[in-house]
Write a protein that binds this ligand. Structure first.
Ligand code: RIB
Ligand code: CA
Length: 328
C-alpha cells in the first residue's frame, strides 16, 4: 500500500514488454520535463523478450532518450507457458511500423539484477512503472524480498478492478500472462498503485476525434504513435469493441508522471487468482473488506481523461529524436 500523497516520479525505472502501447508510454516518460528514466527493464509478454528489447531501444532513440540503459529480462513466466500477443499488437509488436533498429546494444546486466541494484543505489528514491507481466519484479523480490521497501512507489498497469477482462472474461493480460508473479508482487509489500484495464477502457480510448487531434500535430512522434497502434486499433474494433484504440500503458505512465490525474482511488485488499481454471489471473478486489484482506494496493478508479490526453498530445507535439519508420 502506498503512503499518501503520491508524488510525481522524478526518477523512474520502467519494466515493459514493449509493444505498441508500451512504446507510447516510453514517449511520455522521455518527454516528461521533470522525470529521469534511470533504466528500462524488458520482460517477455506482448512479444518475446528479444523483440521487446529491440522495440525499447528503437523507441527510446526515436524519443531522443537513446542514452537510457535497456536491460533484457525474463524470457518466460515463472510457471506458465509464454503466451505472446502479436494478434493484438502485430508480429513486431509495433503494428508493422517498428522504427529503424537502434544503433546501440542493450546492457549486459540482466533486468532482475538491475531492478535490485538500482533499488540499493537509490533506496526510496525511485518510482517503478510496470507495463507488462510481473515476472522480472517477482524474480527480483524472490532474490531480495527487502526490495519491497526500497521503491517509493510502484505503478502497475495490470488487473481489472471491475472484473472485466481483456484476455478472458475476468482477467487482464499482464496479470493473466504470469499470475504467480503477480500474486507474489501483490503480496510483497511493494507500495503498489494499480491502474487496471478498466481505467484504460473508460478514460484512455483514442476515439476518432482524438486521432484527428493527434494527426493534426504533424510530428514524427504523432505519426509514430498512430501507426504503431494500427493492429491494436483493429483488435479494439473487433474484440474489445471500443470506439478506438485504448492506451493502458500510457495512462499508467501519465499517472506516475502526474498523480494529480487521479480523481478517485481506494486502498483495498487485492489478491490474484493462480488457479488453473477460467479464473486464472483475476485480480480479486475486496471492495467491502469482507474477506478481511489487509489493504495492500491503491486501486485507481477514476482519472481526468482530458488531462491525460493533454499530456499525451504535449509529448507527441515535441519533435526530435531519430528518424521515423517509413510507411503511409
Ligand atoms: O492488458 C493490457 C496490457 O497488456 C498492456 O500493458 C499491453 O501492452 C499488454 O502488455
Ligand atoms: Ca505492456
Amino acid at each position: 500500500m502506498i503512503a499518501q500523497p503520491l508524488h510525481p516520479a522524478r526518477r523512474m525505472v520502467v519494466d515493459t514488454d514493449t509493444a505498441s502501447d508500451d512504446a507510447v508510454a516510453l514517449l511520455l516518460a522521455a518527454a516528461a520535463a521533470d522525470t529521469t528514466i534511470e533504466a528500462v527493464t524488458v520482460v517477455a509478454g506482448n512479444v518475446p523478450v528479444d523483440r521487446g528489447v529491440a522495440n525499447a531501444l528503437a523507441t527510446l532513440e526515436l524519443a531522443g532518450a537513446g542514452d537510457v540503459p535497456v536491460h533484457p529480462g525474463c524470457d518466460r513466466p515463472l510457471l506458465r507457458e509464454l503466451t505472446t500477443a502479436e494478434h493484438v499488437h502485430g508480429a513486431d509488436g509495433m503494428g508493422g511500423h517498428a522504427p529503424p533498429p537502434a544503433v546501440r546494444a542493450p546492457e549486459r546486466e540482466h533486468a532482475v539484477d538491475a531492478l535490485i541494484r538500482l533499488s540499493h543505489e537509490r533506496p526510496g528514491g525511485l518510482t517503478l512503472v510496470t507495463l507488462g507481466p510481473l515476472t522480472n519484479v517477482a524474480t527480483a523480490l524472490s532474490r531480495d524480498p527487502a526490495m519491497a521497501k526500497r521503491y517509493a512507489a510502484v505503478y502497475v498497469m495490470g488487473g481489472a478492478a471491475d472484473g472485466v477482462g481483456n484476455v478472458s472474461a475476468v482477467a487482464e493480460f499482464n496479470i493473466w500472462a504470469d499470475p504467480e508473479a503477480a500474486a507474489m508482487v501483490f503480496a510483497s509489500g511493494l507500495p503498489l498503485v494499480m491502474v487496471g484495464w478498466d481505467v484504460s477502457r473508460r478514460y484512455a480510448v483514442m476515439r476518432p476525434a482524438d486521432q484527428d487531434r493527434l494527426a493534426a500535430l504533424g510530428t514524427a512522434r504523432a505519426r509514430f504513435t498512430h501507426r504503431i497502434n494500427a493492429t491494436l486499433a483493429r483488435f479494439c474494433a473487433t474484440i474489445t469493441k471500443l470506439e478506438g484504440y485504448d492506451l493502458p500503458d500510457p495512462v499508467t505512465m501519465a499517472i506516475a508522471i502526474d498523480p494529480g490525474l487521479i480523481l478517485r482511488s481506494e486502498e483495498l485488499g487485492v489478491t490474484v487468482d493462480t488457479s488453473f481454471t477460467r479464473m486464472r489471473g483475476m485480480t480479486v478486489v475486496d471492495r467491502l473488506g469482507i474477506e478481511g484482506i489487509a489493504p495492500n494496493v491503491t486501486v485507481v478508479w477514476d482519472v481526468d481523461e482530458d488531462r491525460f490526453k493533454q499530456q499525451l498530445m504535449d509529448a507527441c507535439a515535441a519533435d526530435g529524436g531519430a528518424a521515423e519508420a517509413p510507411g503511409p
